[in-house]
Every structure is written in structure tokens, then in C-alpha cells.
Write a protein that binds this ligand. Structure first.
Ligand code: SAH
Length: 342
């Protein structure tokens, strides 16, 4: 296991084996969570220990292979190369409430959503806890901007990499690490019901976002294969259980696709579905993906949809699109880069 995927007590055990005193665990842990690129930066460690650690536990910092900065809103998108040559994306968005990183949780994705660029080449592998942590750490180090919020909405399905994601959350939340509050972290899922139940049992203070994108099985079946395994009524029952267990309001993401899910009837049906569930709907104008025939809804359709929801008593916001000039939506940059290499 990479040292940075370990908790502080686990690092303590490794160091004890190496004959080190207990206080070293905190030193090593803190340095690793500052985003050092080499053990030689750990200036308060004896040289001998630094050498042993770099031999046994290489740090493997990711390399920046592409970096694009939006001239409109300061959004920065990174394409990182991991130690095995695979690439993932991280996006840094500058919101008024704090700098937010959107991180990837897998290399590719196997969920197969029709509108999403991340899933086109399938899933290559899941990310290790330290690789997710590195996305946050090295984005902060490279940009020089302090990061206060994280969304797990990049490439991959976080609940398809459950254990590693849970460990990542524990690490990034730790006091001697980045100490990012659970309340500042959002996890988005396309709807893996058993894993939503497992997550509910952890009773974390994170925000849960559900990618709904349709008010019924007919529409969801067409654009989200996961709906065949976990139909909408089963998914929403899991959301009710999640709310009962955590008292956390649920966010529903709804990408507005022209002629597919954006009619007034759809909005009314969605209202009925969400009845009695403390919810917030986030309407996202579809980002056009080259390989897909799906098109974004018109501004008028989005506004009308939002009004129907609001009139029915469900809070609905339209997500501001950031980084539109830099391919800053899920999987687009990695996709482009992979195509160029082919
Ligand atoms: N796998 C997780 C998280 C990653 S995607 C999930 O499905 O929730 C983050 C969000 O972006 C999801 O709601 C996803 O459905 C949405 N998304 C993917 N491609 C999109 C596109 N082309 N336009 C708008 N939203 C998109």
C-alpha cells in the first residue's frame, strides 16, 4: 500500500517496524498531506529514514500533462498522469464560498450513461485513496489556491470504488491532513442502491447528490443503463432511507437534454416523484459531447422546467457553467488527449 493511503496509526505501525519513535508518525503524515514530492523535503526526519522510506514507499506524485485555465472565470483544469501512465482530470472552480475541486474517482467509468464522455472507453481501473488525495493536494500546490471544498463528480462512479473513496474521505478530513470538513464534500452517484444504503450507515455529514436526469423509468432506461438494475422507484426509496438515516437533504442532478427529459410533463412527473422528500434539484444544461447526438435544452425550456418545480414547492437551481471554454466537463479533456495519442 502507498504510505499516503494509510491512516496515521497505520503509518505509525510501519515506522515502528523500522525502529522509529512514535512521534514520527505525525511528522511523516503531515508532510505527506502537504503534497511533498520527495522525502528529502521532510527536513525534520533523519537522512537514513528518508532514504529507507523513498526506497520502500516511493511517493509517485502525479505529473501535469495538460493544464487549461479559463480566461472567463479562472476555472483551471488539470490532466494528471498517474504512475502507471493512466490519466485523470481534476477541475478547480472558484466559487464565492471557497475554491472547490472536482475530482475523478476512477480511470474511466463502466456506468455507460449516454450523455457522458467519461464512460466512452469503459472503466480501466479504480483510483487508490492516495491518488484521489493527490488530486486535491497537487491542485492546491500547483495553483497556489487554498482548497476548501471537494466534489466527487469527475471521471468515474464513486460508489463503484466504495472502500477507497471512504478511506479517501477519512484521510482528507483528518486533523493532521487537509482537515476539509465533511460538510464541504459532495459525492455524486448515478444510483447504485446497495451502496447508497451502505453509505447511509456511515452517517457522514457529506452531501449526497443523485444523478437522476429523468422522472421515470422509460426515460432513465434510455440514457442510464444503471436504471435497469435499480429502477427509479427503488432508487428513490433508497434516498428516503438515506434521509431517514442521516437527516441530510438530497441533491438531485438533472442534465437538461433537448427533447428527451425537458418537457413540462417531465417537470410535473418529477414533482410527484420527489413529494415528501427533502430535496434540491440542480438543473444542468447538458454539455455537448462530440460523440453523442444529444443536445442541450434551450434556455427557455430550462427556465420553464425550473419554474414548474419551484411552483410545486421543490427548490431548483440552474447550475452556472464554469470553464465552458476549456472542456471542463467530465471526461472531455482525457477523451481528447487519448484520441490524440491513438
Ligand atoms: N458517476 C457519478 C459522478 C460523476 S459525473 C454520477 O453519475 O453522479 C457528475 C455529474 O455530471 C453527473 O450528474 C453526470 O450525470 C453529469 N454529466 C455527465 N456528463 C454530462 C454532460 N455531458 N452534461 C451535463 N452533465 C453531465
Amino acid at each position: 500500500m502507498n504510505l499516503k493511503s494509510m491512516t496515521q496509526p497505520e503509518i505509525g505501525a510501519v515506522l515502528k517496524e523500522l525502529g522509529q519513535p512514535a512521534f514520527r508518525a505525525k511528522q511523516v503524515y503531515s508532510w505527506l498531506h502537504k503534497g511533498v514530492r520527495s522525502y528529502d523535503e521532510m527536513t525534520n526526519l533523519p537522512k537514513g529514514l528518508r532514504d529507507v522510506l523513498s526506497e520502500k514507499y516511493p511517493i509517485h506524485p502525479p505529473k501535469v500533462v495538460r493544464k487549461q485555465e479559463s480566461s472567463r472565470d479562472g476555472t483551471i483544469k488539470y490532466l494528471w498522469e498517474l504512475c502507471d501512465g493512466n490519466c485523470v482530470e481534476t477541475v478547480l472552480m472558484r466559487y464565492h464560498y471557497g475554491n472547490t475541486v472536482c475530482i475523478s474517482t476512477q480511470v474511466g467509468c463502466r456506468m455507460g450513461c449516454a450523455f457522458c464522455a467519461s464512460t466512452i472507453g469503459g472503466r480501466v481501473r479504480s483510483l487508490e485513496p492516495y491518488e484521489m488525495l493527490d488530486e486535491v493536494l497537487f491542485t492546491q500546490v500547483d495553483s497556489g489556491l487554498p482548497i476548501s471544498h471537494i466534489v466527487l463528480m469527475g471521471i468515474g462512479e464513486p460508489l463503484d470504488n466504495f472502500d477507497n473513496v471512504m478511506r479517501f474521505l477519512e484521510l482528507v478530513n483528518s486533523e493532521d491532513g487537509m482537515n476539509i470538513s465533511m460538510r464541504h464534500i459532495s459525492l455524486s452517484t448515478c444510483g447504485l442502491v446497495p451502496k447508497i444504503d451502505e453509505l447511509a450507515q456511515k452517517k457522514l455529514q457529506i452531501s449526497l447528490a443523485i444523478s437522476l436526469h429523468g422522472p421515470n423509468n422509460e426515460i432513465r432506461d434510455k440514457i442510464m443503463p444503471v436504471n435497469k438494475a435499480y429502477p427509479i422507484e427503488v432508487l428513490l426509496e433508497a434516498c428516503r432511507r438515506y434521509y431517514a438515516a442521516t437527516s441530510r437533504r438530497i441533491h438531485f442532478e438533472y442534465a437538461m437534454i433537448d427533447g428527451v427529459n425537458d418537457s413540462k410533463e417531465c417537470a410535473r412527473e418529477l414533482l410527484k416523484r420527489l413529494k415528501g422528500l427533502p430535496a434540491h434539484v440542480n438543473l444542468i444544461p447538458l454539455n455537448h459531447v462530440e460523440e453523442s447526438p444529444l443536445k442541450p435544452s434551450s434556455k427557455a425550456a430550462v427556465a420553464a422546467f425550473q419554474k414548474t418545480l419551484e411552483d410545486g414547492g421543490v427548490t431548483a437551481t440552474v447550475r452556472r457553467t464554469l470553464g465552458g471554454d476549456i472542456d471542463a466537463s467530465c471526461g472531455q479533456l482525457r477523451r481528447k488527449y487519448t484520441k490524440e495519442k491513438e
